[in-house]
Design a protein. Structure first.
Length: 290
């Protein structure tokens, strides 16, 4: 080390080394340099602990993570919101709901208010675990802390209700937010459109599509493709054809995937007239129908 040349390393030097080893997943080396800090008469900082905890969390070594957190608190090194958020987000990704919630509570107890990112990570994990009631309790907790949920929060909740809950509840939440003039993102709309198509409620899907246009959202080929695929899977070929026509009216060009799905669906129901029309349109657009 630099000490051999008469230059004593600083904590910044150690932090840089530890970060480098953590980034390359050499955690045993990172831990060795961490232990060397005290041997050099230096004190680990919040950056030192946070870097190591993040790495151990990412590796799935929760025991080492919480040992470092306890050591940090015992050493009177003040954890920051970033420290807790880093750990909590990693735990959420691993589906560790109990541990994630504990970190959130510990964070609040120390006077560190979680931000939207922290809450969103936990809300999303509860939705995926199908604990919708708990997810909404966290949403309400955000409001109690005067922390305004953002469009990502509502995207997560609407998606959770569509996939794991009740579509009627998703519609109610969507309508309630619109009544409150909450600006929802395109994701909220497309999530509901897909859910209604999957249920076969084409009328509602069309209403949402029109609302997206009115809101000024750009509707892409992927949005149309997702709807057409879902309708064809439910054998609602006439409705899929309607969306295909709407897509062309909107000036969106055909793509091979949509054409293949529609051709197959026309074959399934014996609609050879529509098949021929689409076939001719594909040739006109330069596609090879195969």
């Amino acid at each position: 080390m630099a000490m051999m040349k008469g230059i004593s390393p600083t904590i910044v030097t150690f932090n840089s080394l530890i970060y480098g080893f953590c980034k390359t997943r050499k955690l045993s080396d990172a831990r060795k340099w961490f232990n060397n800090i005290k041997m050099q008469g230096l004190v680990p900082t919040v950056v030192t602990y946070t870097t190591l905890m993040n790495a151990f969390c990412e590796e799935g070594n929760l025991e080492a993570t919480f040992e470092l957190l306890e050591e940090m608190e015992a050493s009177s090194v003040q954890a920051t919101r970033v420290t807790y958020t880093v750990v909590m987000k990693r735990l959420c990704k691993q589906g560790k709901l109990e541990e994630s919630t504990w970190v959130l509570r510990n964070m609040i107890a120390k006077g560190l208010l979680p931000d939207q990112t922290s809450y969103n990570a936990l809300i999303q994990r509860f939705c995926k675990a199908r604990y919708m009631k708990r997810a909404f309790q966290l949403h309400d907790e955000m409001l109690l802390h005067n922390l305004q949920p953002n469009h990502i929060t509502y995207n997560i909740l609407i998606n959770g209700l569509c996939v794991y809950g009740d579509l009627k509840d998703a519609d109610k939440l969507f309508s309630s937010l619109k009544d409150q003039n909450v600006r929802l993102s395109k994701v909220a709309y497309t999530t509901l459109v897909k859910a209604h198509c999957a249920k076969g409620d084409v009328r509602k899907a069309m209403v949402l599509f029109n609302q997206m246009n009115e809101m000024g959202f750009e509707i892409s080929i992927r949005d149309y493709s997702a709807v057409i695929n879902r309708l064809c899977k439910r054998d609602l070929v006439d409705d899929a054809k309607l969306f295909l026509q709407l897509m062309l009216v909107d000036g969106i060009s055909l793509d091979q995937q949509i054409c293949s799905v529609m051709l197959h669906s026309f074959d399934q129901i014996g609609d050879f007239s529509s098949r021929f029309q689409l076939y001719a349109l594909m040739i006109k657009c330069g596609f090879n129908p195969g």
